[in-house]
Design a protein around this ligand. Sequence first.
Ligand code: TXA
Ligand code: MG
Length: 333
Amino acid sequence: MILDGRDPASVQRAAEALRAGQLLGLPTETVYGLAADADQDAAVARIFTAKGRPSDHPLIVHVADVQGVDHYAQAVPDFARALLQRFWPGPLTLILPRRPEVAAAAAGGQDSVGLRCPAHPVAHALLMAARALGVHGVAAPSANQFGRVSPTTAAHVQDEFGEELLILDGGACEVGIESTIVDCTRGVPVLLRPGRITREQIEAVSGQRLRDKDELAAPSPRASGTLEAHYAPRAKVRLMEGTALQAALEVLGQDFDGGKATIAVYARSMLRVPSAKLLYRRMPDDAEAAAQQLFAALRDFDAQGVNLIWVEQPPQSTDWEGVRDRLRRAAAS
Ligand code: TXA
Ligand code: MG
């Protein structure tokens, strides 16, 4: 059931549902989450079951403000403090050492916990209302079935989990791809997942070089957002440079009638599309606008029965790193 997230009575009802151990579809500025009280292991277990997600994959815990950090984390390094002071509320998740007595199920048994303070006004209102009921934090992975594309509207969440789920509608997500994740448990910041907040921003604020996860000897904890094949639509995704994509279109030629195959083209460049049987959608030139649309575009192509999505490789600059990462994984499955 979809409720208007701007209505305080709906927010209160949603907070009470969390307190009672139920699941909730929650809007954030990145993507919608499938939420439960992070301190109720039985409620958290329902998230894993609903998503079909292995229970040792840790979830992000959402907090209303920096106060929430002290409930879940211990020994917060200075560079992590600097990051959360600068980027919260916002699309940045920090992995911190966990206080052993809290959120064990949400953390998937790791001795760390992923914390994020979302900027979306509906998420903030919900977290404040929940805290007033004694809920310190809300565990919420993206509200999609394991391995699928993350939802960026309330309707997407309903498509994934059906009419039964209580969903707060907060409109279309503004960022569109999941938060940047920085592991702060290894003495230096390590990038686990790129997002809207870029490498340069993290390095400038932390005063440290951001390491990549394969740079350090010990393996990073298991993280489904870091699995190679993830974020996949039903259609097969192929990434190509603009010139190669144009050449492939020429090969299909004017006579291409589709037959059993429906091909969609998603490109920034103005391409010559020889046949009207090819679906063509422009990807925005701006990285933030492209991220905002990306998952909704992949879902739209699926809804139109497309079998193949040919995507123009985004630019190599760091502002595109989040979009490149999601597309590479979509193409890997
Ligand atoms: O933008 C987002 O981060 C969204 C919205 C809903 O906030 N959430 C999201 O959650 O993307 P999820 O579960 O789909 O991805 C969370 C990622 C996973 O790859 C998870 O493994 C990793 O964060 N993660 C969470 N806690 C962790 C921990 N303690 N150690 C390592 N990775 C962790
Ligand atoms: Mg996810």
